[in-house]
Design a protein around this ligand. Sequence first.
Ligand SMILES: Nc1ncnc2c1ncn2[C@@H]1O[C@H](COP(=O)(O)OP(=O)(O)OP(=O)(O)O)[C@@H](O)[C@H]1O
Ligand SMILES: [Mg+2]
Length: 288
Amino acid sequence: MEASTNPPQPAPGRAAVIEISGLSTRFGDHVVHSGLDLEIRGGEIFALIGGSGSGKSTLLREMILLQQPDAGSIRVLGVDLHELSDQDALALRQRWGVMFQHGGLFGSLTVSENVGLPLREHTSLDAKLIDEIAAWKLSVSGLQPEVGAQFPSELSGGMMKRASLARALALDPELLFLDEPTAGLDPESAGEVDQLVRKLRDLFGLTIVMITHDLDLLWQLADRVAVLADGKVQGTGSMSELAQMDNPAVRKFFDGPRGRAAHDQSLVEPEAGARGTETFGSPPSKPK
Ligand SMILES: Nc1ncnc2c1ncn2[C@@H]1O[C@H](COP(=O)(O)OP(=O)(O)OP(=O)(O)O)[C@@H](O)[C@H]1O
Ligand SMILES: [Mg+2]
């Protein structure tokens, strides 16, 4: 992968695509988010990081209308998610794509049928056109046309991620959510996913929101990163900016061996195949 000497930056002043303010979420007595604020701008690759249980996936689910917060407001693509009508929710869902951590493909459908599913659900296009669009999305996602006829169980982990991405792209979304896009992939496949994500942003101007523990994605790809801890966003900025912050919750990610390894790694061009496997989802040396 290329070194990030000159990473693409979102244009200054770009409109916010996601605006979250005063968000609170709790499950029973367990407070997950408490007065959380976050802004994601158009065209940026934005990453959410935080320890296990810090509420990243919950936040993602709230952004895509799979879960309701207890308080606060979330605006996505200019639309307030609170008390949306079914019709407005349906319209909004067509403007984003989601790649779930484990692919979320239906095992009983071929890859092509999986990719075409959102088109069958949300458009009145005929079957032949849907197949053609599915083939095009598979190709954009770096899969050969014959993969379309295969079933998810026949795919490798990397192919599964690509097929899932192809499905997320089916409706030409403006916004793409990726949950751990490289988790479980070998270094080569993970590197290919990096390049694919960058290509999607650069070619189609997509805004990309990802949850990841992958240091390469964070240092090489993310324009900005938000650190979640104690119910709030503790810091937001490029990885280099975060690395300079004094906030103890942010420091936890950069002090200790994994954080240092990550930073050192960002300063040198990684050797081919030398993708980092370290993560810093939780502090390195503290036993649970
Ligand atoms: N439906 C639910 N019912 C009860 N508790 C939940 C529910 N969903 C999430 N939680 C709790 O909320 C907290 C945040 O969960 P979440 O899945 O958002 O964490 P996360 O930051 O994504 O963690 P990880 O890195 O391990 O995936 C956890 O303590 C979890 O147990
Ligand atoms: Mg999670």
